[in-house]
Design a protein around this ligand. Structure first.
Ligand code: AVJ
Length: 347
């Protein structure tokens, strides 16, 4: 029996082999209707929410890149250094010269992937790099960073929905990357589902490299999401701009306060947009209008901190047997390598 395609609109997400992604948005008509439904549901949940993937329009992706260069935002640079130091070990565990295919979900500008690609070449391989991202801007930046020599396939898609990837060459080893600590944007159930579905794109024995932010001192975490230049605040407000563009809604981003506390007993940063006075907002194609009381916030992101065992349990529950654990010397960032127990086919 033919493999059931996970979503009806996925074929359109796959870009041709263009050097640079050409379209500015992934929103096809079906996807737009789905996005409007998703936004409506999220805004009527308690607390009110907007899913964090809506941060990443082209401007949001550029703002996130700016965040990664802030002195206060340590996760990216910590992960980057860890991958740089342990790249050879990671590549060896993932198949060495037989590693032919590196797939990154939510690649962003992918600057940290360069070290892995270099290590794979040093091990005698020449892997193709398949970068999946929701922002064409980010994929274009990736192409710039990689240069023309690396075999590169940009896939402009929302990986949280069904995803079509270029076929894996027969007998090859694939390594799936999910880095940056983005797994912390989901609760356990969602995270397990996402990592489990990633097995749709691999064969038994292929590997996953998962990056996770680890529990560390709350004051440092707090500062990383409350930078004095206000780049994170701007990134947070930009989400409303993106929603306005997508839905024709009338949020006034400047009218909202950025609030991002580290909640110790939940082990997570929560990003909120808070109206300092009552507001009624026309929701455009989302439908109706939204009445917010003074101080009634919209939660735009959770970003979790993990303990090592949380991460290992998570990948194991998603069908990836833990193979290796790497941790930054300061204990702030961890990388888990897991091996797929089975291919998720026909499920
Ligand atoms: C890209 C999801 C890993 O959670 O730290 C940065 C996004 N939010 N500053 C994170 C983010 C606020 C980032 N991730």
């Amino acid at each position: 029996m033919a493999r059931r395609s996970p979503r009806r609109d996925t074929g359109r997400d796959l870009l041709p082999k263009a050097a640079v992604a050409r379209t500015a948005t992934v929103v096809t008509l079906d996807a737009e209707a789905a996005a409007l439904r998703e936004l409506r549901l999220a805004l009527w949940r308690s607390p009110r929410q907007i899913p964090s993937k809506y941060f990443y329009d082209d401007r949001g992706s550029a703002l996130f890149e700016e965040i990664t260069r802030l002195p206060e935002y340590f996760p990216t640079r910590t992960e980057h250094a860890l991958i740089g130091e342990r790249a050879a070990e990671i590549v060896a565990t993932a198949g060495g010269a037989s590693l032919t295919d590196i797939v990154e979900l939510g690649s962003g500008a992918a600057s940290k992937t360069v070290a892995l690609l270099a290590a794979a070449r040093a091990a005698g391989g020449q892997p193709r790099y398949v970068a999946v991202d929701i922002s064409a801007h980010a994929l274009a930046r990736t192409q710039e960073i990689l240069g023309p020599e690396v075999p590169f396939e940009p896939v402009l898609a929302d990986y949280t929905n069904g995803l079509t990837l270029p076929a894996k060459p027969k007998g090859s080893r694939r390594l799936v990357l999910f880095l940056g600590g983005t797994i912390g944007n989901d609760d356990d159930e969602e995270a397990t589902r996402l990592l489990s579905r990633a097995r749709e794109h691999v064969e038994r024995g292929d590997l996953l490299l998962l990056g996770a932010n680890l529990v560390t001192d709350p004051a440092a975490i707090h500062l990383a999401y409350n930078d004095p230049r206000g780049v994170t605040a701007e990134f947070n407000r930009n989400l409303l701009r993106n929603v306005n563009a997508l839905a024709g809604s009338a949020f006034d981003p400047e009218a909202f306060d950025h609030y991002a506390p580290y909640v110790v007993d939940e082990r997570r940063i929560e990003m909120w947009l808070i109206p300092p006075r009552p507001m009624t907002i026309d929701l455009g194609r989302i439908g109706g209008s939204l009445r917010l009381r003074k101080g009634e916030g919209i939660r735009t992101e959770i970003s979790r901190r993990f303990l090592r065992d949380d991460v290992l349990r998570l990948i194991d529950a998603a069908g990836w047997t833990p193979e290796k654990w790497l941790e930054s010397p300061d204990g702030r960032f961890g990388l888990a390598l897991g091996k797929s127990r089975s291919a998720l086919r026909g499920l």
